[in-house]
Write a protein that binds this ligand. Structure first.
Ligand code: 5GP
Length: 184
């Protein structure tokens, strides 16, 4: 695989606003390509197969794991998530910078296989604010919310492993900071 430096990982607790940040990064930047992950999670209202995720059942996901079809994969809140390898390789070989929006375990796996890649951690202003954002999203059950918050505490402890850490308090400032990091 060529252009490993072009592999940009964005990690941070569920609900921190990674999706919104990535959308803003992609706007008007033809050189950036966002990898679409596969997941066994059920689609949320409005999510589209092949656009937000490739929604697979457990068997389909395991088949891809067995075929070595993922760059990385991990379990998160009782579901599996993975980065399909083929299209990422394709985009990197075409000289594009590829963004992976993934959780901590996946970021660690990518760090092992692509040490030249650049990894950014997005942190919330506080845990309380993160909880408010997850609850306001209104997409998760109480059980799922608690699982995501427990996981968030663990992920926050790992932010020092990343090349850079950015607090998403003001969205526009966070996006500017990340653009600067990616360009430098
Ligand atoms: P959600 O269910 O909220 O869409 O995603 C849950 C978590 O899984 C988020 O932290 C998200 O970044 C992460 N995630 C999404 N796609 C992938 C992936 O391909 N691999 C890994 N390891 N995590 C992912």
């Amino acid at each position: 695989m060529t252009n490993n430096k072009g592999l940009i990982v964005i990690t941070g607790p569920s609900g921190v606003g990674k999706g919104t940040i990535v959308k803003k990064l992609l706007e008007g930047n033809q050189n950036l390509w966002l990898s679409i992950s596969a997941t066994t999670r059920l689609p949320r209202k409005g999510e589209v197969n092949g656009k937000d995720y490739f929604f697979l059942n457990k068997e389909e996901f395991q088949d891809l794991v067995a075929d070595n079809g993922f760059i990385e994969w991990a379990e998160f809140a009782d579901n599996c998530y993975g980065t399909p390898k083929k299209e990422v390789q394709n985009q990197l070989s075409r000289g594009k910078s590829v963004i992976l929006e993934i959780e901590l375990e996946g970021a660690r796996q990518v760090r092992d296989s692509f040490p030249q890649g650049f990894q950014i951690f997005i942190a919330p202003p506080s845990l309380k604010e993160l909880e408010t954002r997850i609850r306001e999203r209104g997409t998760d059950t109480e059980e799922a919310i608690l699982k995501r918050l427990t996981r968030a505490k663990l992920e926050l402890k790992a932010q020092c492993e990343f090349n850079a850490s950015v607090v998403n308090d003001d969205l526009d400032i966070a996006v500017l900071e990340i653009k600067r990091l990616i360009q430098s």
